[in-house]
Each structure stands twice: as structure tokens, then as C-alpha cells.
Design a protein around this ligand. Sequence first.
Ligand code: UN1
Length: 514
Amino acid sequence: MLDQFGIKSALNRLGIEEENKGTCTGDIWIETKETYLGSFSPADGELIAKVQLTDKQSYELVVKQAQEAYKHWRNVAAPQRGEVVRQIGNALREVKSDLGKLVSYEMGKSYQEGLGEVQEMIDICDFAVGLSRQLYGLTMHSERPGHRMYEQWHPIGIVGIISAFNFPVAVWSWNSMIAMVCGDVCIWKPSEKAPLSGVACQHIIAKVLKENNLPEGISSLIIGDYKVGEYLSHDTRIPLVSATGSTRMGKLVAQAVGGRLGRSLLELGGNNAIIISENADLDIAIRGALFGAVGTAGQRCTSTRRLIIQDSVYEEVKSRLVSAYGKLVIGNPLDEKNHVGPLIDTDAVKMYQDAISKAKVEGGKELVVGGVLEGKGFESGCYVKPCIIEAENHFEMVQHETFAPILYLMKYSELEDAIAMQNGVPQGLSSAIMTLNMREAERFLSASGSDCGIANVNIGTSGAEIGGAFGGEKETGGGRESGSDAWKAYMRRQTNTINYSDSLPLAQGIKFDI
Ligand code: UN1
């Protein structure tokens, strides 16, 4: 099956071999004493290739090299650092289809979404290049005559990046491209469920760094599960750990990093809802809800998990959705006629099944029946049917993020109630309202509206652009990545006051004469 859809040649061009080392400081790959981890495609269950895990000793080498590299990189002018990131963006343009294909095959999202993910990397490179000529600080007026006061932003040091399987490459690039123009160096632990995508990115970036005669250690790779993640979170040499994944994982990272007073930047679970008002354009509402719920097989942190529908249009939305679900084609993500690919692995399938049965025990009614697909093309055991369940917001399963295509439907009559339901979950990542009524839209966006980091009008909950700050509140972890001024998380602020007068007046008018 590797030959089908040109996977084999794409792997070749990306530098992926049957057995790959997994620990790298740039261009130098380090042999460790650890075993090799197999990466299996959820599309067909086949072993794609193996990657060697990082051990403590090789981790130490990586950190030492990163420390050395930082001494150099922090003094390279920011626009020069931007120039390197510009070249990385161009290198990504060249491999867009190969990398998109690997992401799709290793993770299971559709090829179109794989391409979209690489585009997101290219976009953040462009953004970071522009940023490299900005990174603005403010100037303030000093209360003392002959004094100047301003603030400037300096790099922070080594940034540890822990990324999740569902966006195996884009979320790394949001962090590392911004961190790089900020003057930081990065150590990346990709998800152990999609390690080859990490190895491929390391090859791409290493070539650019080498062509620019840059030292080893600016962008490093380590491979492993939570144990390797713990190396990063407990390491006082790593001032910032950016972690994407489950709320459970995020709490552990936050405690470890917080315990040493380091900084963590967390992008964790979502439980995103769309409110569909009777004033909505229902064509847009149905399409937005459909892509939000079944895109990436419901495995985005921005996936739509709940639809809160006004009672007067409830029946219409319900029947149009049910008929749209009937048209979904499920199958190999590389085959462009399919809309929905597999879940990441059979553990995820089990969680999907459990969630459906528990929601039913709680009183949920399955409108579009879920289930695991079997037979030809579904041998990996990872393909499931997107399902719709009528439920109530307080159900334990509705309160919980299940990374699968399960959509819960509920009813409201007053907008206040809909907003309370939308906010009535522990997570706070993304949200949306579908309405053409300006008052409803603005109420949803106001301080007493959505409590999420992302709030959209007439757009679904997923598919954010890189230009905005990405992240959310409550159990989503509070971090902001990607665009806007998210770069500030990767730098340290320094306030500078300069006295150019011929005396030394003290602030607050304090007298201290001798
Ligand atoms: C994620 O699921 O972790 O907004 C990131 C989106 C994508 C990023 C999702 N641009 O859906």
C-alpha cells in the first residue's frame, strides 16, 4: 500500500528511511541506547517506518548544544533571523505536496487537510518574517527630567515544544518560527503517534540552517512519549515549555513547569459549540457545522462538538444535518473522493465507542448512528462513522472532550440560555454563532457573551487563520500561540531607564541628600 498514492517516493524525497534516528541537533543525528518506535498509518494499518527514541544521555547532548547555539543566535540581528525563516518558508513550499501526503498518511487527515496544514506552516513563516522587523517595545515618559524610559524585548532562551498528533507539524511551526525570529532556540518533541512528520521537518529545516552556516542546536528534535516530555518540563535550563494536547497532560506540564517557576504556554482541550439562531443563513450554518464536526474526523481541538439550536429551527436543522451526514464518504484519507478518514488509532476508536454508549446511558438519543467500519479498505480498524446524538448540556459525556466525530445537539429558546450553555463546560477554546441579526451577533461577542479564546460569527469553530492569537480559556490552558502579539510569550521584557541629566533625582520625589 506504501506505493499507492506515491507515498514511497514522497518518503524518499523527505529523507525518511526504514529506520530513522530520532534525536537531532540540526543536521547531526545522535544514536541512542533506546529502541525503535514503529509509526503505523491509521489509513491502512501498515508500518510506515521506525524512529529511535531519545534517551536521557542524548537529551543532555541536545540541551548542551542548544545552550551553545543560543549564545550565537540571540546576537544575530532579528531581521537576519527572519531571513532564515523566509528560506524555511520557501523550502516548505517546495515540499508542500510530499509533506502534506506524509501528514495525511501518518495521521489520517484528508490529503486536502494535510496540504492545508503545510500551508499553515508557510503562512506562519511569512508572518514571522514580517515580525522580525517589528518585535516592538513601548516608550514611556519619565517623571524625572533628563531621563528616558522605554522597554525592549529580548529572547528568552531554549523553548521546549511538545506537540500533538492531530496537527503534527503546523503547531510546531507556530511555536518554532515565532521563537526563532525572537532569538530563541527550540527543542521539539513531536507526538509519538506521528514522529515521522517530525523527522521530515527536521530534515527540511536542517538543510536551510546548514546553508546559512548556522551552528547545530538552533532547532533540535527529540522523540518519545510523556517521559521525554518530562525531561523538558522539569528542566530548569528550559525557561518556556509550550505544550499542545489533552487537559490531563497540560495539568502535569503546568505543575512541573510552575513548580520551578518556569513559563508554560498551554493549548489544551476544547469543547466547542455553534449556536444556530432562527436568524441564521441555514445553508452556511449546516456547512459550517458539518466541516466543524467531521473535518479531521473530529480530531481538531477546534472541532465542533455541540450544536445549540433555537427551537423554531431545530427540526429543520436536524433533518438537513442528518441528510448531509448521509452523503459523507468515509475512507482512505489520501483518496480525494473521501470526506472523512480514520481516527489516529484503535485506542481512540475505543474512546469513541465508550463515549457513545455512555451518552446513551445518560439519556442521549442517537440520531445518526455511529459504529466502527469493517471490511475492505477498513482493515486498520480505525475508521468510524460520524454520529449525531441529541443530548443535554449537563451530561458527563457532553462536558467531556472526546477526540472523535460525535456531535451533540441541543435546543434553546432565548439567546441568554444558549450563551449560558455554550459557556457551561470546563473548556474555553472556540465558539461560534450563526445569525444574520446584528444584535445577537454582538451580544455573543460582548463581555457577557462567549467566554472562549475564539468567538466567530457565521463561521464554524475550526479553521482559524494564523494571523490571530490562537488559544483559549479555562481548561484550554490560557496560552496564545501563532499570530497577533503571541510572540511576547517567547521573549522577556526589559524596562530601561536612562539618565542623561547632570543630577540624580529619585523617583517618587524621594529626598536622599548627604
Ligand atoms: C489544533 O487542533 O490543535 O483552527 C489546532 C484550526 C487549525 C488549528 C487547529 N487552524 O482548526
